[in-house]
Structure formats: structure tokens, C-alpha cells
Design a protein around this ligand. Sequence first.
Ligand code: MF3
Ligand code: CO
Ligand code: CO
Length: 258
Amino acid sequence: MIPIKTAEEIEQMRLSCRLAARTLVMIEPHIRPGVTTNRLNDLCHQFILDHGATPSPLHYRPSPQSPQGFPKSICTSVNHQVCHGIPSDRVLRENDIINVDITVCLNGFHGDTSKTFFVGPPTSRNKKIVLVAAECLQVGIEAAQPAGYFGDIGTAIEIHARNSYCSVVREYCGHGIGRSFHEEPAVLHYATRDRGAKLQPGMIFTIEPMINLGKADIRLMPDHWTVVTKDHTLSAQFEHTILITPEGNEILTVADGC
Ligand code: MF3
Ligand code: CO
Ligand code: CO
């Protein structure tokens, strides 16, 4: 069963999602050549605590059987890293791209958003993959309508990626979110024969397509977290948490109103 959130739960989700979005706004000016991903982690960690929340990734275990929890408070995925990059003493350099993925837990509710940034001036490849990834999230959000199905989202994303000569990572999905970081359903970013569940007002979930400049295939690094493209081509990702409304949808991870 896909949870339908109550009006009170939706209000709480607005607060946690807005804090996640504000964390991304806070960190943007720090993303420059010479900064380490650990520094970005520490700034976000402190900002989240200062706003009465906790960083959801810290010690996060996808399942009780997972060997170790995630060791840091945010995910930083650079260049051919697809997702779940672990902040480290790696120094960002001109022409890098970096996805910063923020999830906060405020009053027991999670808000999840990510964005890919240019480090210094972008190359034409940087611009291409970041633009297509942003557009893929956009078309996915537009396809999420109360009269439709979850499958409409992945179909729209896959068509746009394909028309842009890019590929969609299939192993990682968007997800329902609320009192749990990851809950039902899995939100696929590609088309399947099955239309999936019906979208209904009150459903809250993320859309977070990972888009590669080359092939879709990925590999998991020996740290058990960092996902990279097998062909080492660039990968970019944008993520929002959205609410299905009677009229359409509302992006919850927006920083305005403060
Ligand atoms: N924020 C990621 C998502 O969008 C999940 C990160 S899990 C972690 O779902 F453990 F790697 F942090
Ligand atoms: Co995320
Ligand atoms: Co997510």
C-alpha cells in the first residue's frame, strides 16, 4: 500500500523538504575549485543541526543486513560517480561536476533533494549532461498527474533521455518518503510494460533520475557505496520530493518562503 499523507503530515513534510532545499542553497557558493567534499559535508551537517534537524544519510542502513551504515551526512558524487559518493579529502577541481544530495529529518519527517553543480567553468560535456539531467527531472515531474500512473513518470524520463542521446541508470529509483527515508513505492525512471500504481492526491515521493552521457551500466566501488558508470562517462542527477495534489503536483523541496 502506498501511504496517503494527512494534511498534518503534508505540513510537516513541507517543513523538512524546505530545510533540505535551503541546505542546497546554503552550500552552492562553497562549491568551488579547492574545496574538499568533507568540507561541504561538514558545512551541511552543521547547518542541518542548527535548524533542529538531523542528516538522514548518517549511519543510514538500507536494510538491517547491510554491513555498514553510510559514514557521512550528505552524498557527494563527482564526474563519473553516479550516486552515493562518500565525502572525503578529495579536492574539487575546475571542470568537475558534483551532485550534492541532501536528506534531512525534521520532527520525524524526511525531505530529500539533490542538484548537480559545475565546479568552475563548465566544459561542453558538463553542460550537456547537467542540462539533460535537469530536463529529465522536469519532464518526470510534469508527467506526475493525479489522473495518471507511476509508469508515466519513467516513460517521460526515458523518452527525453533517449532523444538527448543519453541513458538512464536502472538500478536506483525514486521512492516514497515520509516518516521513513525510503518507503513504497519505488519510482522507476524508465518505461516498463506495467503502468504501475495509480497516482493519488496525498502521495509524496521523490523523482531523481541518474542520467549518463554514455551507457547506462554501472559498477559499485569497493567502499560498498559509491556507484560509478562502467564506461567512466559523466553522470548527473537532480532530485525533488513532490506531493500529488487534486490539481496536479507540488514540488516540496523548494527554498522560498524564508
Ligand atoms: N539521498 C539518497 C536518495 O535520494 C539516498 C542516500 S542513501 C545514503 O535516496 F545512505 F547513501 F546516504
Ligand atoms: Co537524495
Ligand atoms: Co531520494
